[in-house]
Structure formats: structure tokens, C-alpha cells
Design a protein around this ligand. Structure first.
Ligand SMILES: Nc1nc2c(ncn2[C@@H]2O[C@H](COP(=O)(O)OP(=O)(O)OP(=O)(O)O)[C@@H](O)[C@H]2O)c(=O)[nH]1
Ligand SMILES: [Mg+2]
Length: 188
């Protein structure tokens, strides 16, 4: 009986799409490093269909829940110029992630915020990952995270992907956004 219930539960979960998190942002901001910190093992690398652009997919586990994580190619804008940008845009539009992590180099905040605005305008839930906080601090600078969060109207999580600082906060936020709300994870 207990085995039967377990099997049914598995079957039901099987029909429901895993919550999907897309890592997006400019080139060279730490997206792939973040991807590896979130996923660890079980990573698949494949060319995006019809292109030579590699896309990494992996699983993140947090509090017993699984999430699909996609490492998108670097993009400067949603109006694509390069093949990488075209693929990143296609993933955003067709894979319909439940959450986009917009990774930003904290030292170049102003230059990167226009893409944040574009992503928010698309209507997909966005979390800003303020990465490379170590370099910002080394340069003697700081960012008022609370104020930035209020201005953007989306969560902002400071991280140092190099050391793992802030990663657990981010995992917790992803969990709160996607797993604590089953309606969102059923989106398709
Ligand atoms: N100091 C510092 N360096 C970092 C941090 N995160 C990533 N890096 C470094 O930044 C460089 C780029 O990291 P990647 O993860 O390859 O960046 P990416 O965004 O995936 O780059 P593309 O795939 O080319 O778009 C690497 O040399 C990382 O070691 C961080 O928090 N602090
Ligand atoms: Mg990368």
C-alpha cells in the first residue's frame, strides 16, 4: 500500500514540469560559475537546436526539491545581434523559465541595469544577482542593496561566486519563489 502511494506520487510529479531557472546576463559576469555553484553534478551540455551555441543544463536540489537550471549564453540586450544573443532570447521566449537570475557585475551596475529593465518588462519573474561583490569592495565601493531592490521592485542578492558567498541565500530565495508556491512550478 505504502509502495503504491509512493509510486503514484512519483507518477504525478513526473507529469509536472520541474521549476526552471534561467541564468542570464552580459558575457563574463560569472554566469557559468554561478551555474556550477547551484547545480554541482548532473550537468548536460548540448548545442541549442540548429546552432553551434552550447547550453548547459543541470539540476539544483534544495530542501528536497529539484529545480532545472539553464546557463544561457551571454547577452547585452534582448534585441539580438550575435548568435549567442539569439539563443539566449529564444530560451527566454520558448523555454519559458519560471524565474530569471540576471547576473550583474557589481562594479558595472549602471551599464547592466538596462537589461534588468528589459527582462522585468517581459513579465518573467526576475532576481538580480549582484556578483563580484569582492571586487567592488576591493575598489573601495559599495551598493545600497535595499535601495536598489526597492527601485527595481525585484529581489537583489549580493554574491561572490568565486567563494560561494551568498549562494545559499540565493538558493533559499529560489525555493521560496518557486517551490513554496506550487502554482508557479506548474506553469507551462
Ligand atoms: N573576483 C571574482 N571573480 C569572479 C566571480 N565570479 C566569477 N568570477 C570570475 O569571472 C570570470 C568569468 O566567469 P564565468 O562564470 O566564466 O562568466 P560567464 O558570465 O559565464 O561568461 P560567458 O560565458 O563568457 O558569458 C572567471 O574568471 C571567474 O573566475 C566573483 O564573484 N568574484
Ligand atoms: Mg559562461
Amino acid at each position: 500500500m505504502a509502495t503504491e502511494t509512493k509510486r503514484q506520487g512519483r507518477a504525478q510529479r513526473g507529469t509536472r514540469r520541474k521549476p526552471t531557472v534561467l541564468i542570464a546576463g552580459n558575457p563574463n559576469v560569472g554566469k557559468s560559475m554561478l551555474f556550477h555553484k547551484l547545480t554541482g553534478r548532473y550537468v548536460t551540455v548540448s548545442n541549442y537546436p540548429g546552432t553551434t551555441v552550447e547550453v548547459l543544463r543541470g539540476q539544483m536540489r534544495w530542501r528536497g526539491q529539484e529545480f532545472e537550471v539553464i546557463d544561457a549564453p551571454g547577452m547585452y540586450s534582448l534585441i539580438p545581434i550575435t548568435e549567442e544573443e539569439r539563443v539566449a532570447r529564444r530560451i527566454l521566449l520558448h523555454d519559458k523559465p519560471d524565474l530569471v537570475l540576471h547576473v550583474i557585475d557589481a562594479k558595472n551596475l549602471a551599464r547592466m541595469l538596462p537589461l534588468t529593465a528589459q527582462l522585468i518588462e517581459m513579465g518573467i519573474p526576475v532576481v538580480v544577482v549582484l556578483n563580484m561583490m569582492d571586487e567592488l569592495e576591493r575598489a573601495g565601493l559599495s551598493i545600497q542593496v535595499e535601495a536598489l531592490q526597492q527601485q527595481l521592485g525585484v529581489p537583489v542578492v549580493p554574491t561572490v561566486c568565486l567563494t560561494g558567498q551568498g549562494i545559499n541565500n540565493l538558493k533559499e530565495l529560489i525555493y521560496e519563489r518557486l517551490a513554496a508556491n506550487p502554482d508557479l512550478s506548474a506553469r507551462d
